[in-house]
Design a protein around this ligand. Structure first.
Ligand code: NAG
Ligand code: NAG
Length: 500
């Protein structure tokens, strides 16, 4: 085994029974807002297992994803780089998209593979399918994959009748696409997928992966990006109708049940003291779904926007015996997960421009974050506009603001699609510690030395933007209906014949 680089890591390895490098479980919720979990203050959510993680682990208050929509946020988590570099913009990938996460990007799985890790992904991929499934997880460092390769509303609504009394899909799904497939590695197992059994299939897959790896004494990395709590919400027998929050609450409970099963499996296999479990969410709540759309708590707006509600997320790091329970107000991001995992495993970071920083100190010693700033790109980043907002320390500057369809329906007019692109020069400034809801812009009469602050922000922005090389847009490559996953490739007429 490679010698740990730091004294305290060496100490940990001794405490952590034996010499095997740590395992990693990354759990990623979908469209789950800052205010949706019990441990983040939601009054009617039932999240006992996530609450248990928070009580026994480190809960973040100032944790950010990199995009207010799915695909770009996932690209950043897995690569430690802003989506502008990998080209996962504008918007999200679709079943027929030609592009996907470029193969020359290095994922966390690819960072760990050379050290002998077993790697598996289960759930919503959403980083491309492509010609012959060339962008699937098995082509990006994962030994195994079970899941739907994109959002489950990217297909005709079907089988979503789990809520008594027999409520079908809420709202609309896509109609001119293939039925939603369930894939094992590169093979379609079911089309359409059965949503009522899906979570059970996922938790069985996850726990059997943990058990197999632990029995072989092989270190492992499990990536579980859930479909919950994205619209349209579903839940199987164990969770349907079991919460007072309605379908959103039921789908969240079903997700939480899986978290519980994963924890139980880590315990049963005796690896819980040698495993870092990290939980967060891909972007803010889809407020367009109203009461089924999640909740940003005290934060402004939600999905689709660069206000706090769009990109600040619940996050929990859990590693009993190694992470002391508590709450941290340090600034951190999904970008920091790759460098942190690399450091803890003793792996090399990829030889690319990384935007993430190692947050081991924050996790293990409740230390200070190396991250001083967080950048906010809109759903359609461009070199022309650059950053929409920048957080430096406790201050956030908005250079542009814009509402979003995905955040319409709230009483706050700035969140709505009718709040069109507005440039702010000088930028709108907020003190996020005094005013996390971004209600009261700082003015010249306050205590802050605004000219000096603006000068610092300008410098950080300029330096960052000079380092940003936009990758070729993968989503801009467009789509080809023939690329949609189909269990009966020669059938006709497509897409409806793709049913097996
Ligand atoms: C991947 O390849 C593209 C196209 O050749 C290039 O522009 C990009 O910089 C490469 N990315 C990395 C991380 O090497
Ligand atoms: C995809 O698979 C088909 C059939 O196996 C093959 O003819 C084609 O060349 C493949 N395309 C790519 C881009 O790999």
């Amino acid at each position: 085994m490679e010698l740990p680089r730091l004294g305290f890591v060496a100490l940990l390895c001794i405490c952590a029974q034996g010499t095997s490098p740590p395992n990693f479980v990354v759990i990623f919720a979908d469209d789950l807002g800052f205010g949706d979990l019990g441990c983040y203050g939601h009054p009617s959510s039932l999240t006992p297992n996530l609450d248990r993680l928070a009580a026994g682990g480190l809960r973040f208050t100032d944790f950010y994803c990199t995009s207010p929509v799915c695909s770009p946020s996932r690209a950043s988590l897995l690569t430690g780089r802003y989506q502008t570099r990998s080209g996962i913009y504008p918007g999200v990938l679709y079943p027929a998209s030609i592009g996907g996460l470029p193969h020359n990007e290095t994922t966390i799985a690819e960072v760990l593979k050379p050290l002998g890790y077993a790697t598996a992904a289960v759930g919503k991929w959403h980083l491309g399918f492509g010609q012959n499934g060339t962008f699937l997880p098995t082509k990006q460092g994962f030994d195994e994959y079970l899941g739907i390769p994109y959002s489950h509303d990217m297909g005709p609504c079907h089988n979503l009748t789990c809520f008594p009394p027999d409520i079908k899909c809420f709202g609309q799904c896509d109609i001119d696409t293939v039925l939603v497939p369930l894939m094992h590695n590169e093979v379609i197992k079911e089309q359409p997928v059965n949503f009522l059994n899906l979570e059970r299939a996922y938790s069985d897959f996850a726990t059997s992966f943990i058990t197999t790896s632990a029995k072989k004494k092989q270190p492992f990395f499990l990536y579980y990006p859930s479909h919950h709590t994205h619209y349209p919400q579903y839940a199987g027998q164990e969770a349907a109708g079991k919460t007072s929050r309605g379908p959103f609450g039921d789908s969240l409970l079903e997700f939480d049940n899986t978290v519980g099963k994963v924890l139980a499996s880590l315990e049963e296999n005796g690896v819980i003291h040698n495993t870092l479990v990290f939980f967060t969410s891909d972007n803010g709540p889809s407020l367009i779904r109203m009461s089924r759309g999640g909740n940003a708590g005290a934060l402004r707006c939600g999905k689709g926007t660069t206000y706090e509600g769009g990109m600040r997320e619940p996050a929990i790091a859990f590693w009993p015996g190694t992470i002391t329970p508590g709450v941290t107000h340090e600034l951190a991001s999904t970008l920091d997960i790759l460098p942190t995992i690399a450091r803890l495993a003793g792996a090399k970071t990829p030889p690319v421009e990384l935007d993430g920083v190692d947050m081991t100190e924050v996790l293990i010693n409740h230390g200070t974050s190396k991250r001083e700033a967080m950048m906010f790109y809109p759903t359609d980043p461009s070199e022309n506009f650059g950053l929409f907002a920048l957080r430096l320390g406790k201050y956030k500057a908005h250079f542009y603001t814009r509402g979003s369809t995905l955040s319409s329906t709230t009483p706050d007019k700035e969140c709505s699609v009718f709040a069109t692109l507005t440039a702010h020069d000088p930028p709108l400034l907020f003190d996020l510690e005094a005013d996390p809801s971004e209600h009261y812009p700082l003015g010249p009469s306050g205590e802050t030395d605004i000219p000096a602050l603006l000068e610092r922000i300008k410098k950080v922005k300029k330096q960052f933007e000079a380092s940003m090389v936009f990758g070729e847009s993968q989503i801009g490559k467009g789509s080809d209906p023939q690329l949609q996953p189909c269990c009966s490739p020669q059938c006709s007429p497509k897409p409806h014949c793709c049913q097996c």
